[in-house]
Design a protein around this ligand. Sequence first.
Ligand code: NAP
Length: 484
Amino acid sequence: MVSRVIPVDPFDLVIFGGTGDLAQRKILPALFRRYCAGQWHDGVRILAAARSEHDSDAFRAIVARSLAEYAPEHAGQDDLRSGFLQSLDYVQLDAGADPGWDVLARKLTEDRIRAFYFSVGPSLFGPLAERIRQHGLATPQTRIVVEKPFGHDLDSARALNATLAAYFDENQIYRIDHYLGKETVQNLMAVRFGNMLFEPLWNSQYVDHIQITVAETVGVDGREEYYERAGAMRDMVQNHLMQLLCLIAMEPPAKFDSDAVRDEKLKVIRALDPVQPHHIVRGQYTGGPDGPGYREVVGNPRSTTESYVALRAHVSNWRWAGTPFYLRTGKRLVARSSVINVIFKDAPHSIFGAEAGRHANTLSIRLQPNEGITLKVTIKEPGQGGMRLIDVPLDMSFAEALGPENHQAPDAYDRLVMDVIRGNQTLFMRGDEVEAAWAWTDPIIAGWQARGDVPKPYDSGSTGPGDAELLMKRDGRQWQGIKP
Ligand code: NAP
């Protein structure tokens, strides 16, 4: 079973910051893979823009090296590679100055989809939006793509939204949260809303609690300055974990279109109760044999920035009253694993007696690595010796179910960049969603600042601070293991 590729209309894509890490590691390899898949034919133009001086050939040589490293699956397909490289061009310009913009204007094609990808720091979003307008580059078919971080708090997110709104309509603004482009995240919606099986049970009557874990083994190396200002709450919880929570908790939208889905997600964020201080744990990793601790890495021996957060959230609505959502994320943890666990309640009465133990069904939605969905069900242990119960996984491994040609789940950017060209905003965050997420996050951070809160130390390579275990234990629950 091979997924169908529906070619998109011809387009011009301008990547501001086209020589940067994100463009070289993610955006351009994603475009190359889609080109190899036949998503578009020749004639498309991909223009990189940045301040450094390169001619087009030098830029193509840079991209060729990145493709070899980040799209190795197409190594040896020289015709495809040179076809793709021919669609690339480079323009030298500064987002904050006028020279170079007229060159860019001349390279753009009239009457076709035109996308501007802002793969630069957020301080340049405003200047870029303004110059695109000033130089007459915005057409009705124009869209802009902005990367995270989208603001640092509610005020800055509002200001950024207002700046972009001065030049573009909301339906032209694509705010990327790459978690939403992951295959399993979209599958979560398919599983929830495409099957009769789960939705009737998807509420506080049958679901005991939900755990959302995004664990990383990497530290903050290379992003010290940004991370020291952000911390795990701003870097991960406000966007990625919040988006996953929304998709789990939202009501079925009337249809799978961008505003219907985003309206429902917004309602979830607005229904979140403020988090009580005793329902949140912050942590900071310490050094060990595998490397230095957080404070050493950022060069601030008194840093109070958290590299770990665990919290208990409540969605105050009819469906979820009484069902806690436990969220945790951290760096330098024992394994890299992003997973959502929906833990159902025990059967109300065990006909097998107390000795049969407790056996709650768990639906695990794994985002990375090994994307897939597992349902843990209870069965009789095979063999003689009476009725002993065991839990076994029903594994919906996509690699096995869909065949080797779909073994590799596509990178989130493959999907998201093509959605920009198709004009589909469903998997992008709307301005009001981002603001609502900050409105929930800001008081938590303000509370830490007011109390002079210091994160709890945790060992690199562990599952996080012990207090996070206590957060669960107090509720008579425990975290699922963090497994690679
Ligand atoms: P980066 O490696 O520092 O690259 C920045 C790019 O912007 C370079 O091409 C740089 O080239 C260009 N640039 C800088 N100032 C400019 C100006 N005034 N005018 C025109 N171009 C300018 O940064 P990055 O890691 O690619 O990140 C880009 C954005 O994506 C940031 O907002 C970041 O937070 C976000 N992001 C990155 C990642 C990631 O994995 N890297 C993940 C999520 C979000 P010149 O110096 O030649 O101008």
